[in-house]
Structures are given as structure tokens and as C-alpha cells.
Design a protein around this ligand. Structure first.
Ligand code: GTP
Ligand code: MG
Length: 408
């Protein structure tokens, strides 16, 4: 499938067009669409009815031989889609739609599938009316049959109903996850979430920290390799913690998707610490950091401590980086700087922790067992009537064991 991509440079735009068009090409590639033509226009502001200027529409019309689809680099309004389709008589789509298509193909779990279904339905509903009948039936990918305005209206209702049902099912799954998380919280295990722009190396870092080779997550050079959050238990400076890998962010992530993926990203909202993975070989890293932080803000993440992990230093292209504090330079792939990262995580998560010495009589052995299982014990020694323990924990926690406490 051959595509012509269209971008507009206008005042007040908050992203870099050239970079964004490169990324759009990568998104196309992920959808098996080849970009064969490109069209850029400079405007004072976006044309509300056609996105581009009227003259440009004519210019594009003359470029359409051997083109199957015209893709705009920003989300078009339903009105723009309708008018452009009327004028160009070809399939018109946009950045958001591509991202949704990728998510649709990659979604594996029930939850991810429901989330994508909701986001796609919400995106599609207001746009259905503007679709031309013959183009509409050509786009059979969405599982619609037949054509005609009546059919479109029927499908509109069908999709609205599907969205509703999907939302209900999702709510159930979300509830289960919340319960799971509550259980974890009771376990007092610290949760670390990996966040960052798509393709920055989050999954690779997760795998580097995860000793159990059966539990490796997919790491791949493609946008949106990860759509599911995966949580693994890892040891951080002899503390057992949970590490969560998350879906990557992208500039102008479609709003519906953020909404739909909110439940998946709740893990991020509730994490004790965020490791923000940055591809330090990418000259656009600063804008990627901004994008990630904006999405985090939108999710309601405010006071969670964050470490910047500038990744891929093995490529030796990180000389231009001006790091934000606190930071670590790493290579997840070549395992460079991981000890330093672990130490930085530990210093933040366990900064109030202190060392205590306990003497636990044998009849209270289950307490020793509990502390041992939770990896709180640094050293122990069997004595005649008791077990001596050197433990590390939060001062609040030690109160529970005050009667066993030895003077330091
Ligand atoms: N050279 C180099 N490549 C790396 C490093 N870390 C990750 N990569 C590569 O970068 C690509 C993306 O890695 P992933 O770990 O899948 O990235 P991600 O952040 O999980 O991406 P999404 O799941 O799409 O958000 C893969 O091809 C990795 O092999 C690194 O330290 N050095
Ligand atoms: Mg990933």
C-alpha cells in the first residue's frame, strides 16, 4: 500500500515537523504502508475545514496516481475528513488512526484488546458520518459489511454498543487488578515503574534486571513493542521489589488512547519510584522527555520520585546530553551502569531505612521466617535460646518488633 503523507508547519505548533514526519513514516512502516510521496505546507494556522489550504488540496489531487491512501500528521476533525474525502476521493487518514491500528494488531491480553476497542470506537464514531459509501465498504478491516447510509447508521449503533460493552468488561478487569495491587501493597513491596518514549529501551532494561530468563519480556526495534504492563520481582540492593514495564509514549498520543490505557497505567500512578528511560542516542531526546512528562502529568503523577536513565551509551552518541537530576548513564543492552542505577534507586527508595539488631526467641520463630522471606534480614546467627538478626527496615516498621530490639 502506497501512501502520501501530509504535514503542516504553522505558528504556535508545539512539535518539530521534520522529526514528526520521520516518526510518521515509522508508524506507516509498522502498519505495512510505504510512504512514497510527501507534502509539506506552511500556514499561519490550520484550515478548520480542510486542514490544509484549498490550493494544496488541488496540488495533492494531481499527485494521487499510484497512491492508495493519504495520511495527515495530525488528528483530523470529522469535518476535515469528510471534506478531504469529498475533494480527493481517496482514503484519508491520520496519525491517530495509524497508532490505533498498531495498537489493534499488537494487543494481546484481554485488557489491552478492550482498551483498544474502546479507543478505536470512540475515534471512529464521529467520523463514520463523513465516510463515502464506496470507500467505507473498501475499509473492510473494521469488520463491517455492506454499504449505504443505512448500513453506516446501523454500524454506528453497533459500534456505540460495542464500546459500551467493552467499557463494562474492562471495569471488571480493572477491579481485579486493583485487588491484586492492594494485596501487593500489603506485602509492603516497593514498586518501581519504567516509563519513557517508545523504543527508548524500557523492556530491555526490565530484562537486564530480571534474572529469571523464562520471564523475559519482548524487546524489539519497533514503535510500541510493549502494549501490556508486565511486572516482575527483582532485587534492588538485597530488597525484593516489583519492577513494572509499561507501554511507551509518543508525541501527541491520541487522547482516546490515554483514556483507554489509563487502567494499565494505574501501575505508574501508584508506583513508589519512576525510572524514566531516555534514548541518549536520539538528538530529539529533550522533546521526548517533555512528551513523557506531559503524559505523566495528564495521568495525575505529581510527587513520585523519578530517576532519569540515559540509555544506549554503548552507541557513543550521548555527548550532547545535558542530564536532568537525578540521573544515571546506562546501556541496558550491554549492561553498563546498572549497578549505579540500582544504587540510585536504592538510595531513594530506602533512604529512611536503618539497620537494627534483634534478638528473637525460638518460640517466636515465625517472625524470623517472615522477616527472612521478605528479604529484610542482612545477617543472622543461631544462639542458645534465640536467633540474633541484623535487619534493615523503615523506622515505622521496627516498632512492631520493639520488644526484640537490641541496643545498637
Ligand atoms: N545499542 C543499544 N540498543 C538498545 C539498548 N537498549 C535497548 N536497545 C534497543 O532499542 C530497541 C528498543 O528497545 P525496547 O527495550 O524494546 O524499547 P521499549 O522502550 O520497551 O519500546 P516500546 O515497548 O516500544 O515502548 C531494541 O532494538 C533494543 O535492542 C542499549 O543500551 N544500547
Ligand atoms: Mg517495551
Amino acid at each position: 500500500m502506497n501512501a502520501l503523507i501530509v504535514g503542516v508547519r504553522y505558528q504556535d505548533m508545539n512539535y518539530d515537523l521534520d522529526n514528526s514526519l520521520i516518526e510518521l513514516e515509522q508508524l506507516c512502516k509498522a502498519c505495512n504502508i510505504e510512504v512514497t510521496k510527501k507534502c509539506i505546507q506552511s500556514l499561519d494556522k490550520i484550515n478548520p475545514s480542510l486542514y490544509i489550504g484549498t490550493g494544496k488540496v488541488q496540488e495533492i489531487k494531481a499527485m494521487l496516481n499510484d497512491i492508495d491512501i493519504v495520511i495527515f500528521d495530525e488528528e483530523l476533525t470529522p469535518l476535515q475528513v469528510k471534506n478531504l474525502t469529498d475533494s480527493l476521493d481517496i482514503e484519508i487518514t491520520d496519525r491517530t488512526d495509524l497508532i490505533l491500528r498498531i495498537f489493534e494488531v499488537r494487543a494481546q491480553s484481554k485488557e489491552a484488546k478492550l482498551q483498544v476497542e474502546i479507543a478505536k470506537g470512540q475515534y471512529l464514531l464521529p467520523r463514520l458520518a463523513g465516510m463515502k459509501e464506496h470507500l467505507y465498504s473498501q475499509q473492510g478491516g473494521s469488520g463491517f459489511r455492506g454499504s449505504g447510509e443505512k448500513q453506516i447508521e446501523l454500524d454506528r449503533r453497533l459500534i456505540a454498543n460495542q464500546v459500551l460493552q467493552a467499557k463494562k468488561q474492562l471495569a471488571k478487569i480493572v477491579k481485579q487488578r486493583q485487588n491484586q495491587r492492594k494485596r501487593r501493597k500489603n506485602n509492603e513491596m516497593k514498586v518501581i515503574a519504567l516509563v519513557g518514549y517508545t523504543n527508548s529501551g524500557k523492556s530491555t532494561l526490565m530484562n537486564a534486571f530480571c534474572i529469571n530468563k523464562d520471564k523475559q519480556v519482548l524487546q524489539k526495534d519497533m514503535l510500541f513493542a510493549t502494549l501490556e504492563t508486565a511486572t516482575r520481582s527483582v532485587m534492588i540492593n538485597h530488597h525484593s521489589c516489583l519492577l513494572t514495564d509499561t507501554v511507551g509514549f509518543i508525541e501527541r498520543l491520541p487522547h482516546h488512547l490515554i483514556q483507554a490505557f489509563r487502567s494499565t497505567l494505574e501501575e505508574v500512578v501508584e508506583a513508589d519510584l519512576l525510572v524514566h528511560v531516555v534514548d541518549a542516542s536520539n538528538p530529539n531526546y529533550e522533546s521526548y522527555i517533555k512528551t513523557t512528562n506531559l503524559v505523566l502529568e495528564e495521568l495525575g503523577v505529581k510527587d513520585t520520585p523519578m530517576i532519569y536513565a540515559y540509555n544506549k551509551v554503548d552507541l557513543n552518541k550521548y555527548g550532547f546530553i545535558v542530564p536532568l537530576d537525578p540521573y544515571v548513564f546506562i546501556s541496558a543492552k550491554e549492561r553498563i551502569g546498572l549497578d549505579q542505577l540500582e544504587k540510585t534507586i536504592s538510595d531513594i527508595l530506602f533512604k529512611d531505612y536503618a539497620i537494627y539488631h534483634l534478638n528473637i526467641p525460638y518460640q517466636d520463630g515465625e517472625i524470623f521466617k517472615y522477616l527472612h522471606q521478605h528479604n529484610l534480614v542482612l545477617e543472622f546467627q543461631y544462639l542458645e535460646n534465640s536467633i540474633y538478626l541484623k535487619v534493615e527496615m523503615h523506622p515505622k516498621e521496627i516498632n512492631k518488633y520493639s520488644k526484640y530490639l537490641l541496643k545498637n
